[in-house]
Design a protein around this ligand. Structure first.
Ligand code: SF4
Ligand code: SF4
Length: 199
């Protein structure tokens, strides 16, 4: 038998029904933060040692620097000749706790390598960004250092990343924040949509 606990509605007083108490409380909290932060900025400007003041970052035009250890969208690395570094060993697929990596191995045309990924797919909506796939890879073929933050979309298909998409993210660019590395800032959701639709 299910135990049901009746919940009584709290009766608001006339003063509370005007919502002024909560409004004033909110303004009080906001003002506290504002004047405390203003004091820190003024203190710093006068050369005093204060707590670091909070700043407003004009995102997306201005971006906070990201730690090199930050894990974002995956990418697949290429060899100098442009071929995927991945040798389809399945280590990442096996290590993935969310089972969101799907690899189909094929025989490599390069005689020095036994296998390569015919298909390499990641279901990003299942991924918990633990980084175990990166840790498990013996070839440094998969990385999560794209610095790409804008993981948003309108459909599930947009988050199903295929081999070509992941390899394109591994191409070097000249982005000032990531010199010689992937330009995470220019990866746009439209790319994801186009790739999902096969354009
Ligand atoms: S980050 Fe973790 S959950 Fe995501 S694909 Fe890699 S191993 Fe799987
Ligand atoms: S990405 Fe690395 S771990 Fe995953 S299949 Fe390729 S070589 Fe193996």
């Amino acid at each position: 038998m299910i135990d049901v606990k009746p919940v009584r509605n709290v009766e608001l007083s006339l003063w509370q029904k005007t919502y002024y108490p909560e409004l004033l409380k909110g303004l009080w909290v906001t003002s506290q933060h504002f004047f405390r932060n203003l004091g820190r900025h003024v203190g710093r400007a006068l050369g005093m040692k204060t707590e670091p003041p909070m700043v407003t970052i004009l995102y997306p035009e201005v971006r906070r620097p990201i730690s090199p250890r930050w894990r974002g969208l995956h990418r697949l690395m290429r060899r100098p000749d442009g071929a995927p570094r991945c040798v389809a060993c399945m280590m990442c697929e096996t290590a993935c706790p969310d089972k969101c990596i799907y690899i189909t191995a094929g025989e490599s045309p390069d005689g020095r390598v036994e296998k390569f990924p015919l298909a390499f797919e990641i279901d990003l909506l299942r991924c918990c960004f633990c980084g175990l796939c990166v840790e498990a890879c013996p070839e440094d073929a998969i990385r999560m250092d794209t610095g790409y933050l804008e993981l948003a979309g309108y459909s599930r298909e947009e988050f199903y990343l295929d081999r070509e998409f992941l390899l394109r993210r591994g191409e070097p660019t000249t982005h000032p924040q990531y010199p010689g590395e992937l330009d995470g800032a220019t990866v746009h959701r439209v790319d994801l949509v186009k790739l999902a639709k096969g354009h």
